[in-house]
Design a protein around this ligand. Sequence first.
Ligand SMILES: [Zn+2]
Length: 287
Amino acid sequence: MYVNLKDMCRQAKEGHYAIGHFNINNLEWTQAILQAAEESRSPVILSSSEGAGKYMGGFPVVAAMVKALIETMNITVPVALHLDHGTYDGCLKCIRAGFSSIMFDGSKYDIEENKQKTSILVNAAHINGLSIEAEVGAIGGEEDGVIGMGECADPSQCAEIAELGVDILAAGIGNIHGKYPANWAGLQFDVLEKVQKATGGIPLVLHGGTGIPDDQIKKAISLGVSKINVNTDCQLAFADATRKYIEAGKDLEGKGFDPRKLLAPGKAAIVELVKQKMELFGSAGKA
Ligand SMILES: [Zn+2]
């Protein structure tokens, strides 16, 4: 079932669980995440960054692939297709391409310009039946080349952006994209509580879900996080399984070099990892 993410995130918030957002890179990743969602009876958000969209041949290819797989794989759980950290132009392209959701990352603009652009995109998204995520402040770490250090958002700016009618809101609470450094201070729950209070209970998004300890994930969900972005974890699982296959020399046995065999262990690893995340986030069994 192809849907936007508004209802699934509202329901998650009411039910005190979170929906996993998993980045896709190709056919195998998309199949793996859809399979895991169906087997776990969990709603799911598939997401493409602008770079991944380009890699896969453009946003129309991504949207067509996801919609076709939902049909041919008989996927019955709710599936949203979301643009991750979109630019203004990228958001408009995804609306045209048939995505069901967009994220506008206006964190590089000052708050007034972020608000102005977000406001236009809220209207464009909603008129076309899409949901929209906005971002306040930068998420630390490597965000398409921008390096930060576990920044925290200003709750009053979060309120200003939430008032524009966005469906979900990403705010920095000390989280970081990519791998977390050994001396990481952890999630700033006081900031999370202030943001949630200032925004009147809008569902919140936790970016950089890889490497946050399980107890902090659960606490964040209890404080209003309804969507958790997972990217690096799937990349590491895929690379690790592929490395083991090659190091065991399996590509040299028989037809082990067949790409369908070569990519199979990585794909299976993603299915397992995504299922584990759906259990941890509490979304398993909710669809
Ligand atoms: Zn992010």
